[in-house]
Design a binder for this molecule. Sequence first.
Ligand SMILES: Cc1cc2nc3c(=O)[nH]c(=O)nc-3n(C[C@H](O)[C@H](O)[C@H](O)COP(=O)(O)O)c2cc1C
Length: 335
Amino acid sequence: MNKNILLCVSGGIAVYKAVALVSKLSQAGARVKVIMTASARQFVNPLSFQVMSKNDVYFDTFDEKDSNVIAHIDLADWADLILVAPATANVIGKLANGIADDMVTTTLLATTVPVWIAPAMNVHMYDHPAVKRNLAQLATDGYQFIEPSEGFLACGYVGKGRLEEPEKITALVQQYFFASKPLAGRTVLVTAGASYVPLDNQHVISTKANGKVGQALAREAQALGAHVILLGEEATNADDLITQVENVKKQYAQLLFIHAANIPTIESAPTLSIAGTEAVTFGQKVLGNPLLQVIADEWIDYSQTATINGQIVNISDTTQFAKVLWQHILQGESQ
Ligand SMILES: Cc1cc2nc3c(=O)[nH]c(=O)nc-3n(C[C@H](O)[C@H](O)[C@H](O)COP(=O)(O)O)c2cc1C
């Protein structure tokens, strides 16, 4: 996930679940830091959170360990997302009224990043008009909620008030960060531009591609969160280009491959294999079946339009074309 998650833990019986939450978030690749209220420390020793997060645990606003920073401001700025889980009726009430009298509430008022609140309490507490009023105020203030689930509560009642399961909370966090980055964690190989084949010792036969479409596709893949390898921006010997592609294929098992470089169509030119990759090709002869084949009247860099899955799209704005093409690729993958 590669994100900084700050977990604020307040004092309910569900604190033990927050330890599992740190573990799940860390396994999902997040860096986690924890702040506990004094009441939370009555339920679980901070050492459990320290071990799970591999970070110091914070609970005292005035215990400034690093003289270069003010801890609550530093933590508020460090986070990409703050979770309050479990969120007690007390912490909800304080936050709704702008009270900052401990490390959790002070940090919550000092941050500008999204804060998600996961209430957990006795069913009658959750139904209390004061708690409802405070939750409504927090919703107006722009806070997001992870609704408690229904079930057996530690107090003996059955009803709404259980802290949502750590797996579910972690999945929601992952979805939130991946929604705008559907290629996060993927490696995308793009070939772009012209290539040449030697005719004799002094001459080559080269294509004339300018590489603009391939470059736009690589930029867009990066914006969608991919790790991008771009080959062939400089006119490349076709054999060398194929060797480079094969080397990347060996290195990355699940490769998304966009073959937008143009290899000469003469008999002596080598044929590229796209086997072992999910590939998109542009009407060129390749070995293997592409995920998607884009057809244009001329070479893709010089055409005005192309056909993707029977739909005609404009190429003149290469950035817009790259966005449309990636949409098609991602739709094709999800089917
Ligand atoms: C055994 C026990 C369980 C508790 N469970 C909860 C709970 O699930 N939710 C809640 O809002 N308060 C619960 N409380 C009450 C809070 O701990 C109490 O309101 C405290 O002041 C909250 O402080 P904090 O919000 O600073 O952590 C519980 C108290 C005890 C003794």
